[in-house]
Design a protein around this ligand. Structure first.
Ligand code: PLP
Length: 384
């Protein structure tokens, strides 16, 4: 990043923390051994892996045996949903999922439905993108075995009532899996309080390396392993990425420790960005909830402004942002999150997502405030 660019795409990924990079380096270079090897260097790698696991467990207040390293959020989602369903489908085949989950979740649940006999049902969200608890309770069945609801939505930043969902499911002995990829390092994520059975984390969202992550699986939650293995308590096959695990643990601790200072700073930046957008575009509105939202994400609806075009125009002026809508196979598809919230197809294509993180500084916010009115005017065609 140079002083003439501003990075507002932390929702997609954040830069690697220096501390994580330094901690990882030895395990990529001179201490490269496989932690499953019996020789001295292998044992050293094993020790580093165990320490990384302990570091994560300690900061999250859980047991080390409850932390399973993965290659990131997507793998954690697949292993946990497939494993929880196959391991427990003798109790029921009904799965409840929110309509605004990440595509990794929706895709693997489609697979379970089409190939494994699962009955997958979607729970509605309201216009702010918050799961409707009455719809959730109405759709619960005697054979509901698994519930998958994300803690924080990646596009709009809304926070879901996971504590309440866990409370309801506990009474019915239903497994609760929560995609916490956009929650760790962004808001307080107290696993004991959330009381979920499974939580998913992705390292690169909190300043760890891309291609690393972990899942928390509460002791006593049965997940069938997809592939027999001696690694990761039998739940994840393949040589473990020791450097990735070490980097993940160091980044997570740093992210959690700095969180109390980061939250008010980002909330202030968010206010400044919103003020600028509202002053520039009088018909702009927030996508999502103003109250139940992480401070680092701001998603706005800008009528008459195609999101992808705006993102490209901002990029030319040194602002890296996102449209908040997914592009599938080259076609500009409206975001399933926004349409689930009641936005029309056209409305769901006219959005801007600004997402911040631990590196965001006032100068970047100032840069946005300086260039946005001009860029918006050009894209909207109002710049006379
Ligand atoms: N879940 C959410 C909410 C995400 O935002 C992402 C990444 O964008 C993922 C899952 C997938 O994580 P990963 O990139 O580590 O596979």
């Amino acid at each position: 990043m140079t002083s003439t660019t501003a990075y507002f795409d932390h929702g997609a990924t954040s830069p690697l923390r220096n501390s994580a990079y330094e901690a990882m380096k030895p395990y990529m270079m001179e201490k490269f051994a496989n932690p499953a090897s019996a020789h001295r260097m292998g044992l050293e790698a094993r020790h580093a892996l165990d320490s990384a696991r302990d570091r994560i467990a300690d900061i999250l207040g859980v047991d080390s045996r409850e932390i399973i390293f993965t290659s990131g959020g997507t793998e954690g989602i697949i292993l946990s949903l497939v494993g929880a369903y196959i391991g427990n489908k003798h109790r029921g085949r009904h799965i409840l999922v929110s309509s605004i989950e990440h595509s990794a979740t929706l895709t693997i649940l489609d697979f379970l439905k089409n190939e494994m006999g699962a009955e997958v049902e979607t729970v509605d969200v309201d216009r702010d993108g918050i799961l409707q608890l009455d719809d959730f309770e109405r759709k619960l069945r005697d054979d509901t075995v698994l519930v998958s609801v994300m803690r924080v939505n990646n596009e709009i930043g809304t926070i879901q009532p996971i504590e309440r969902i866990s409370e309801i499911c506990k009474l019915e002995n239903i497994i609760v899996q929560s995609d916490c990829v956009q929650s760790f390092g962004k808001i307080l994520t107290d696993l004991k309080k959330l009381d979920v059975d499974i939580a998913i984390a992705s390292s690169h969202k909190f300043g760890g390396p891309r291609g690393s992550g972990f899942m928390y699986v509460r002791q006593g939650t049965y997940i069938k392993n997809i592939c027999e293995s001696s690694h990761e308590f039998g739940l994840r096959a393949g040589t473990v990425n020791v450097a990735g695990a070490v980097g993940t643990s160091v980044a997570l601790v740093e992210a959690i420790v700095e969180l109390p200072g980061l939250i008010p700073r980002l909330a202030d930046f968010r206010r400044q960005l919103l003020y600028c957008i509202n002053n520039t575009a009088s018909d702009a509105s927030i996508n999502g909830s103003s109250d139940h939202c992480i401070p680092s994400t701001l998603n706005v609806h800008l009528p008459g402004c195609e999101g992808e075009v705006l993102v490209q125009a901002l990029d030319m002026d040194g602002i890296e942002a996102g449209a908040g809508s997914a592009c599938h196979s080259g076609a500009n598809e409206p975001s399933h999150v926004l349409t689930a919230m009641g936005r029309s197809r056209l409305e769901a294509l006219s959005n801007l997502r600004l997402s911040m993180g631990y590196t965001t500084i006032q100068e970047e916010v100032d840069r946005f405030i300086k260039v946005f009115p001009g860029v918006y005017g050009r894209v909207r065609g109002t710049d006379k």
